[in-house]
Design a protein around this ligand. Sequence first.
Ligand SMILES: Cc1ncc(COP(=O)(O)O)c(C=O)c1O
Length: 340
Amino acid sequence: MTYPDMLDYSSSGGYAPLRRAVADYLRVFRSVPLDVDQVIITSGTQQSLELCAQMLADHGDTVWLEDPAYWGAVKAFMATGLHLHPVPVDQHGMAPSAADEAAPPRVIYTTPSHQYPTGAVMSLQRRQQLLALAATHNAWVLEDDYDSEFRFSGPPLSSLAGLDRDERVLYLGSFSKVLYPGLKLGYLVVPKRLVGAFKQAHYDLNRPGQMPLQAALAEFIELGHFASALRRARQSYAQRRQALLEALTPCLIDAKAQITGAEQGLHLCLRLPNGVDDRALADTLAQQGILVRPLSAYCLQRTDSRGLIIGYGYATLEDIQRYGPEMAKMVCAELRKFPV
Ligand SMILES: Cc1ncc(COP(=O)(O)O)c(C=O)c1O
């Protein structure tokens, strides 16, 4: 690519060496069989979601999404005029039932590696069922794999895209967690039959660019700096996660609360009894400078999910050691109001 081309909009799906680096990574670590041509660099998952919603469905078509759900996906689908059909999540991930099939999907959006926000990991059986259901309804599947780089325990997970045999899974990745959100770079892997249409639409709708930034990131990866940054980040997050788990231990006595989703990612979910007003509890914690999110705020339809979503991406180890026990004390005080 010549110097003036670097300054122009990108019509090719992004800077080729970056697309190559992403493809190499996904082949090895996520078992996604793909050609470089299928990788489109976007300004992050949000843009990938918007593009998918615009390209794969018409106004009023039904999208199945997890309940509780990632707010970014909710906003993207609402803005595109799709009909949102919430599908409950259990401990094995998104769990569609016969009742859901009465609202056949055009698109299914899911976060199988680490359901956002509950942290549930989708079982292999559930992954296969979901792909079979998608085939029955001729639906597209959007796999948002936003934090699979950070897996602290449990066996490695295969991606849905790696299991897909009939080219209906679109894989969405982001550098927001693995590097930082302000970088605003992510990627979308589309089935071969969609490559031309998606690249054209990305160019027409988004006028993609940032080629010097993409080139810098490609070089960062090629020179091995990304791998060492990832190693350091994994170590640092593992320490923070451990400190958080230790701080929360007192909340687990009597089994009134449970931790879910701690084996992966940069957040966990502290599940609380159904009677807890998790929004009020989050507000009280915020007054002490402890920022967590109430699980019920992510629910679309269900009323049986209470808890706190606690992230450790932004908090330092010292913050967690200092504020973690204080948070646990306040949660325990709330739990004492409920019978064992
Ligand atoms: C479920 C989920 N998907 C994707 C992302 C990353 O989004 P983006 O690449 O738009 O920053 C996040 C970030 O918080 C997330 O929670």
